[in-house]
Design a protein around this ligand. Sequence first.
Ligand code: B12
Length: 378
Amino acid sequence: MKLYEQLKLRSQEAGCAGFGVTGAEPFDAVADTIERRRAAGLAGKLQFTYKQPETATAVTHSFAWARSIVVVSWSYLPEAGSPGEPSPGVGRIARFATEDHYRGLREALASLQALVVGAGWRAEVLVDDDRLVDRAAAVRAGVAWWGKSSLVLDPRHGPWLLLGSLVTDADLPADEPMVRDCGACDACMPACPTGAIVAPGVLDASLCLAHWMQVGGPIPVELRAPMGDRVYGCDDCLDVCPPGFKRLTDVAVGPGRVDLLELLATDDKTLLEKYSHFYVPRRRPRFLRRNAIVALANSIAQARQVGAVSSPATADAQAVLAGFLGDPDDLYRSHAAWAIGRIGGEQAVPLLQHQLGRERVDSVIVEIEAALAVVGSE
Ligand code: B12
């Protein structure tokens, strides 16, 4: 059997959803797109492939010997389950991160790598790496098509796919790109809670909630309420994608639900271990807690709107937030002030006023005053 057929068979045995091969020539049009989007401010604070587009779009920059790129896709449903209905004190994690769903993909690629190396060729695995634009490679290798959400999809799994590649000096036959598109469907565009899909296939990362949960610094105030109960990632543009509906029917509720008070009480070391598969900026758990503070307030505020939250639950949340309002870290203080204002109720004004009397950081004073204004307008 030829190496191509052996690799395809091995990928199927390893549980990959899709397999394809493309040449190692650069993705020149993608390099231009990245530069243009960065210049237009659509990259937000992202680094990744935006850091060095010329490297991300030409594997020969990193591997001068590269001849072919073997691309595989990995479906993470139904295992990733569903976080279910919103509930006070409960946060949600997007399905791609309910556990390390990249593990199976990496194992499959390691197995393909062993096959290629065993046949006498060189091979490097690239998954979510700054040295390859995974989606462009998947499209050119015929594994998936470009969706209007900017995700790539296949007919069986919709957008619920992770991607990985093997770069090799073996000269493998290339597959044809998948000739499909979303047709008239643009369900993902209005489904985005912040309008981040600004044109078909164009994501403004500076509006994408998944982006803000993965970068450092404060979350823009106007995006905190739309963040809802999310702690990490956002699935709204995937949830409404019709080719993915079949995969969503078998999921169990449970994975992806997080007890927010428990998360906020967890020490740094345990948090980093438990969520080691998250991209946490500079491995600093304060950014994960920042997300949880916002999600906690939203989970209570949303439930209160439909009369589904008890006073003790609100009091417990406000007590935990009061602790963060007095924390030495001003990132916590500013987000806790916002969160206390968002939850409101009797305890909010005294808590905020107490901190206002002793606060010295201008940006936090602004947040406390804004929170007091929100509570005052209730
Ligand atoms: C940076 C990044 C992000 C950023 C920015 C995303 C973005 N759209 O650029 C943030 C943090 C927001 C993010 C979010 C998510 N990400 Co991400 N992310 C990446 C990363 C590291 C680089 C992506 C990149 O290069 N973007 C640069 C821009 C310019 O590229 P682009 O958006 O793909 O633009 C192309 C399209 O516009 C297309 N195009 C051009 N013309 C046209 C015309 C039409 C009509 C269409 C439809 C398309 C089209 O060409 C452009 C150039 O290639 C990759 C891993 C990697 N190394 O590739 C993972 C990756 C893209 N992410 C992934 C996932 C799973 C997600 C999330 C679903 C996670 C979640 N649930 O929260 C969300 C989805 C959000 C979304 N709608 O894209 C998967 C996507 C798998 C898939 N099925 O597509 C990847 C491939 C990781 C992996 N190895 O599996 N991500």
